[in-house]
Structures are given as C-alpha cells and as structure tokens.
Design a protein around this ligand. Structure first.
Ligand code: UD1
Ligand code: MG
Length: 487
C-alpha cells in the first residue's frame, strides 16, 4: 500500500531545450522572478516530500549550481545521455533506493503549475490507491503533446506521443501535462520493462501507463481545472506567452488583495515580490526579486525596482532602484537611480537626476536635483544643494562623506571624501569641500570673483556681446549710472 506520508519528487530537467537556441539550459530561463525549474520546485514544495531529485544533463554544472542556490535540499542526478523520460526517471530512482510511497514526477518545463494542482493530483492518486495517475488537460491546440487515449469505458488505455499516434488519436485534445504520481514499487517494476520501440527510439515514461494497465494495475487520469497550468515551454515565443499569462495571474492576485494596478498589461511583478494594500502601481513598471512595496505607496510610471523596499506612503516615480530601501513617505524621482545600499529615511527625498549608492539619507533630508551621492551618510533634515557630487573615489579607493543633521549645503558642491560636515553647518555654492566643516560653520571654498571691466569691448569688439555691452553702458549713463552701483 502506498504510504501517503512518504513522498519523493522527481523533476526532469536534463533536456537541452534545442528550440530555445540558447547557451543557457532551458530550465534556467527566467520567468518573473524564478527560473522555469524554480517555478516547478516551488509548485512541488508544499508536498513536503522526503526527498527531491532533479535529473540533470545538458548544462548539468549550471543547473546544479542553480539548485544549490534555490533548493539546496534537492539532489541532482546526472543523466549523461538523454535517452528518454522513462530512462531519466529510472536513473533518478536508482539514486534513491530507499524511496517508498508516492513518487511525483514533473517535467522541468511547466512553470505555470500551481501547488494546489500538484497537491490535488497526489491526493487523488493516493486516495484511489492507484499505481499511476497522470495529470491531463483539454487544450485548444494539442500539437506536439502526448494524447490521453481512453478505452470504451472512458478509462485510460494508454498515453501516445503525437509522432507515434494514429490520425484519430491525433485528433484528441486531451493531453498529458507531463506531471504524474506513481506508486514507487510498481513504477520501478514497469520502468524495467520499457522498450525503445517508438519513433524517437527513447524510453518513454508515458509507456508505463499502458504497461501497468495491461498488468491489471489501476491507472488513473486526474484532470487539471485550468489547462493554462499545464502549458510547457519549448521556445522563446512560448516563453513570452507564458510570461504574459503569469503576469496576468500575478497582477490579478494583487488587485484582489487591494492593490491598484493602473495598467496591468505593462506591469510586470515577479512572483517573489510583496505589495501591500492600497499601493498604486502605475504603468510600465517592473517589480523584481525581493521587492516589497508598502501600503499606500505609489510606484511608477516607468519604474523598475529590484530587491528594493518601499515604505508605506512613499512615492517612486520614473526611477530605477536596485537593492535600495525607501523609507515611509519618502519621495524618489522623477528620474532617480538608487543603487545598492541606498537607504532613505522617513520623508527623505531623492529628486530629479540624482544617483545614490551606499548612501544613508536621514529622515526629512533632501537631495532634490542633479546630484551623485555615493558612500555617504546624511543626517536628518539636511538639504543638499543642486548639482552636488560626493567625490568618493580617489582612483584607487572609495572614501566616505558624512553630512550632519540640519545642514544646508550650497549648490554645485564637491565633497572630496573622506570629509565631514557638522550638524547645522552651511557650505557656499560652488565650493569644493576638502576639509571637515565644524558644526554651525559656513564653509566657503572657491576662488574670489574678479571682474575685468570693459574686457569684452576691448577684446571682442564687433561681436553681438560687445554691442550689447555698449548699449547697456549707454543706457546706464543716460539713467544716471545706476548700473554701475553693484561693481
Ligand atoms: C513529454 C511527454 C508528453 C507530454 C509532454 C508535456 C514523454 C515521452 N512525453 O513530451 O506525453 O505531453 O511531455 O509537456 O514523456 N527529459 C530528461 N531526460 C530525457 C528526456 C527528457 O530529463 O532523456 C526532460 C526534459 O528536460 C523535459 C522533460 O523531461 O523537462 C520532458 O521532456 P521533453 O523532451 O520536453 O518531452 P516532450 O516531448 O515535451
Ligand atoms: Mg516538452
């Protein structure tokens, strides 16, 4: 008897995916936050399997390295030559002689599969005490897929690959989704009897169903509620179609939890992202990786956030952020670039054409215009003048700049790190600050202005500038020389 609590998951991922035409193995192609393989593993994770085996072959090193990262508990098993899905499962089971109970086999290229569907398949299989159960779906276009062939009583007779099918079988639209549950002992037995007598000369896992049935074992079909979940991915056109379907699924999920998505067709949210209630996501926005958008925050339009946290009530407009933290009610953009370890406190502002990196910008502090802030700490309620550069790099090493709280730095400053500006200090516009500024001081670090009177008239006579200067002079002398007062 199968023991429901003993489960093994086998993911088949040794194929090359020729039609992807890629240096990357097919199962490593990304799809909204996970690889194809990552999606399949996530769908199987809630089964709580005792062991997960991933059959690797093409790009085994790459796939193995990816597994170590995303599913360190899974065991990669090498299938050096891809002799068919049956062969692949045989090799997988050889690696886990202790496996008992149920084996769930999933093709590595069905990323839209939902955990609930896998769970329902396994439950149906174990509940019926079946030897083998296949997940099936009615699809609009069955081209290239294995067909579910039923007998006169409507029971599963066999699974027939398209290239081996008769014209009548080809007309069937009920297909094998490539996801199965088996009783391990009976599966092992049937795998030992597979032939390669088919159009591809491969050992087909699907032939196990006919073999078991012929031996009088109970085999079953479990129908997927939504055929979209069973869609595989063979080339980049199909991958793009799956991406659109998953985008819609993810966006609908968030909208139903109370998130406004203004243009769902141009909003791409990774499955790994979290968005809280009443957040508004405006058009052309990508939320990726471990990004979290807080309640009531506004993100977009035209914004990409990667591994970025946006606090409640903050706004991030037409910007790009990677590994950043935007505090509650803070404001970013339009046109800002937050690089890793940018941390904005509550109500902080990073404005237009501003780039930040490794920069802590305290509560209420502002960097409103045209600046680069790298390797810096800015205290609270300070204002950084327009067009300021934190000069953090001496050509060899990076150095840190610290600006205190309630400081007011002038426009067009250079802070040549390492340097410190104290609390409540001011700096003059156009200053190149190379030495520490004490709290409350005004630092002026620029050349004295010198006006060379009449230079244009002497050196550029005949130009429009000289003529304008001449007119200004004449106007000034007529009105009593008022214009010369400021000299
Ligand atoms: C398979 C099924 C087909 C089903 C379809 C669903 C078989 C014989 N056919 O066909 O009935 O409708 O999936 O998508 O199983 N793989 C290995 N080692 C191998 C061969 C394949 O690991 O030797 C892996 C592939 O990487 C892939 C999966 O198994 O992830 C399925 O292989 P693929 O070649 O895509 O099978 P299909 O022709 O799609
Ligand atoms: Mg396939």
């Amino acid at each position: 008897m199968p023991q429901p609590h003993l489960r093994t998951v086998v993911v088949l991922a040794a194929g090359e995916g020729k039609r992807m035409k890629s240096a990357l193995p097919k199962v490593l192609h990304p799809l909204l936050g996970r690889t194809l393989l990552g999606h399949v593993l996530a769908a199987a994770a809630p089964l709580g399997a005792d062991r997960t085996v991933v059959v690797v072959g093409h790009g085994a090193d790459q796939v193995g390295a990816h597994l170590a990262e995303v599913a360190p508990g899974a065991t990669p098993v090498l299938q050096a030559q891809q002799l068919g899905t049956g062969h692949a499962v045989r090799i997988a089971l050889d690696a886990v002689p202790e496996a008992a109970g149920t084996v769930v086999v999933i093709n590595g290229d069905v990323p839209l599969l939902r955990p609930e569907t896998v769970a329902a398949l396994v439950e149906a299989h174990e509940g019926a005490g079946a030897a083998a159960t296949v997940l099936a779906a009615e699809v609009p276009d069955p081209t290239g897929l294995g067909r579910i062939v039923r007998d006169a009583q409507g029971r599963l007779a066999a699974i027939v690959e398209e290239r081996d099918a008769t014209p009548e079988q080809r007309a069937l639209r009920e297909i094998n989704a490539g996801i199965y549950a088996f009783d391990v002992a009976r599966l092992r037995d049937a795998l030992g009897k597979l032939s390669t007598d088919n159009d591809q000369g491969e050992e087909y896992l699907t032939d196990v169903f006919g073999l078991l049935r012929d031996a009088g074992e109970p085999v079953a079909v479990h129908c997927a509620a939504d055929h979209v979940e069973t869609l595989g991915c063979n080339d980049r056109v199909e991958l793009a179609a799956l991406r659109r379907l998953l985008r819609d699924r993810v966006n609908e999920g968030w909208m139903r939890t109370g998130v406004s998505i203004l243009d769902p067709h141009t909003t791409w949210i990774d499955v790994t992202v979290t968005v809280e209630r009443d957040a508004v996501i405006d058009q052309n926005t990508q939320l990726q990786g471990a990004t979290v958008v807080g309640a009531g925050a506004l993100v977009g339009p035209d914004t990409t956030l990667v591994d970025t946290t946006v606090g409640a009530g903050a706004s991030v407009v037409r910007s790009h952020a990677v590994g950043a933290e935007v505090g509650p009610e803070a404001s970013v953009g339009p046109y800002a670039y937050l690089r890793p370890e940018s941390r904005l406190g509550r109500k902080a502002k990073v404005g237009t054409f501003v780039e930040t990196k490794k920069a802590a910008i305290g509560e209420g502090s502002k960097v409103p215009h045209l600046s680069y802030v790298g390797d810096a700490t800015i205290g609270e309620h300070s204002n950084i003048g327009a067009a300021t550069v934190f000069v953090n790099y001496d050509g060899v090493k990076k150095h840190h700049t610290t600006i205190g709280s309630h400081a007011r730095t002038g426009a067009d400053n250079m802070f040549v790190a390492p340097v410190r500006v104290g609390d409540g200090a001011y700096t003059a516009a156009g200053s190149v600050i190379i030495a520490d500024v004490p709290p409350g001081a005004m630092a002026v670090a620029r050349g004295q202005q010198r006006n060379v009177e009449g230079w244009v008239l002497r050196k550029r006579s005949g130009t429009a500038a000289a003529e304008a200067a001449q007119r200004a002079r004449e106007g000034a002398s007529e009105s009593g020389g008022a214009a010369s007062e400021g000299d």
